[in-house]
Design a binder for this molecule. Structure first.
Ligand code: FAD
Length: 429
């Protein structure tokens, strides 16, 4: 079969790998001039490693990603340091990345609340019945079982930070999955995620996959028994096509999809993200903390402050300290239209709260990355609203972050859904 894949993110590349191994002719179309999609990175001339545009790490439970890397023979290049994640309480930061640390966290008091927190955590770690949980919002379920205090202190800030106006509509299965699949050790790839994406793309090319970079697909139509893929004045026909973009874009690329399927795509909700990457002259967190979770009500102008070089060594970046300041936001949010300089001015006073010695002249350089599609929002009974990978148009398939469920989206699940789509395309599912 002649197969086209739209998107050279980890989902598209994983699908291409399996489809090529099964003996098919594969073309990947990628609008950017690099592979890796949302997990791609960039490099300054004096850096040996790439920095991801949006902060990225793996969990030890990411079996699809780690399994693929092993299959490709690069498991020796995966690193799993143990960086510190911290949470704010009464102006002080507390490590908060294991059950023990959570139980010691003073923000929950040491009475009944802590017991409820412990039992709810244990129940969620042990149960596999997420279908029962998706009927409730995390807001109502957590208030009922963990109690208002624990919810307000622990879980609400997480929901507000990630989902903004949708915070009280997200279902409890999302929260379950998040607690179930996370580990304290966090992983990365030697050279950064981009290095892995580039190595993977090279392997695919060697296998005979054609990767067309810088080619934006404009439409996909069924014509004369084939699927015709149009891109910038060019049109090619394929037996099957897999699209790995956002649901909105899928609806635009293939307007001939039946009304019900299109409606399903357009009704899916998601959040965008704005992330600033800073190269600094000095270490920001003297304690060596990696991830600061910042509750919105504490007044920080960002949701997460992540000191990348407290996770991987600064020597990979010529001694520069790399820090991310980011937030999940609705697309109309002012951060999307601010210049890099304006955003930096907004963030600068907050950096002093992490290190009182911080000065403006610590900043070597900043980069700001924005995406309108960063985090799907899983509403109540989301499993019933997930668009099928096999669309109603014969030969046309769709695999996106919005169909990853109940797990929270991530490169691991991009690989999982990409490979699942490939099995469906090969009629092996
Ligand atoms: C802020 C943030 C933090 C994250 N943190 C983590 C993390 O810590 N760990 C983790 O594992 N994951 C993380 N993720 C999620 C992870 O990046 C994604 O789940 C994963 O990269 C999705 O891969 P994908 O292949 O499904 O889609 P994408 O990576 O979005 O790939 C789709 C590709 O399609 C291309 N494309 C779009 N339109 C067209 C067109 N018309 N023609 C041709 N090509 C087109 C795009 O350029 C893109 O390359 C994070 C994401 C964000 C935004």
């Amino acid at each position: 079969m002649r197969i086209a894949i739209i998107g050279a993110g980890f989902g598209g590349m994983a699908a291409a790998y399996d489809l090529k191994k099964a003996g098919h002719e594969i073309t990947i179309y990628e609008s950017a001039d690099y592979v890796g999609g949302l997990a791609s990175g960039f490099k300054e001339p004096h850096w040996d490693w790439f920095v991801e545009k949006f902060y990225h790490h793996w969990f030890q439970s990411d079996k699809d990603m780690l399994g693929l890397i092993k299959e490709l023979g690069w498991d020796g290049k995966v690193l799993f340091p143990r960086p510190f994640t911290v949470l704010l309480h009464n102006g002080k930061w507390y490590p908060f990345d294991s059950i023990l640390r959570a139980l010691l966290f003073p923000g929950l008091g040491f009475g009944l609340d802590k017991i409820r927190f412990g039992f709810v955590g244990l129940y969620l770690r042990l149960t596999n019945n997420w279908r029962a949980l998706e009927k409730y919002t995390a807001d109502e379920w957590m208030r009922k079982y963990a109690g208002n205090h624990v919810y307000e202190k622990m879980w609400k800030p997480l929901l507000v930070g990630k989902f903004g106006p949708y915070f009280d509509q997200v279902n409890m299965a999302w929260m379950w999955a998040r607690l179930k699949a996370r580990t304290t050790r966090l992983g990365t790839f030697e050279g950064g995620f981009q290095n892995f994406a580039d190595l993977f793309a090279d392997r695919l090319r060697k296998m005979g996959v054609e990767i067309r970079l810088g080619v934006r697909v404009e439409s996909i139509k069924r014509e004369q028994g084939k699927l015709s893929v149009r891109s910038e004045g060019d049109s090619k026909s394929f037996d099957k096509v897999l699209v790995t973009t956002s649901p909105n874009l899928m609806a635009k690329l293939s307007p001939d999809l039946p009304g019900n399927y299109l409606k399903g795509l357009l009704e899916l909700k998601s959040m965008g993200a704005v992330v600033m990457v800073l190269s600094l002259k000095h270490q920001l967190s003297k304690e060596g903390y990696y991830w600061f979770s910042l509750p919105k009500e504490a007044g920080f102008p960002m949701l997460a402050l992540v000191e990348h070089t407290n996770f991987v060594a600064k020597e990979h970046f010529g001694g520069d300290r790399i820090v991310y300041a980011g937030d999940y936001l609705e697309v109309g949010h002012e951060y999307f239209s601010m210049t890099d300089e304006q955003l930096l001015e907004r963030f600068i006073p907050a950096f002093k709260k992490f290190n009182s010695a911080f000065e403006r002249d610590w900043v070597n350089k900043v980069w700001v990355f924005k995406t309108s599609y960063a985090q799907p929002v899983a509403l109540v009974n989301h499993s019933k609203n997930i668009p099928a990978i096999q669309t109603p148009i014969d030969g046309l398939y769709f695999a996106s972050m919005s169909q990853v469920y109940p797990w929270d989206r991530g490169t691991n699940f991009a690989v999982e859904i990409g490979r699942r789509a490939a099995r469906l395309m090969l009629d092996k599912a």
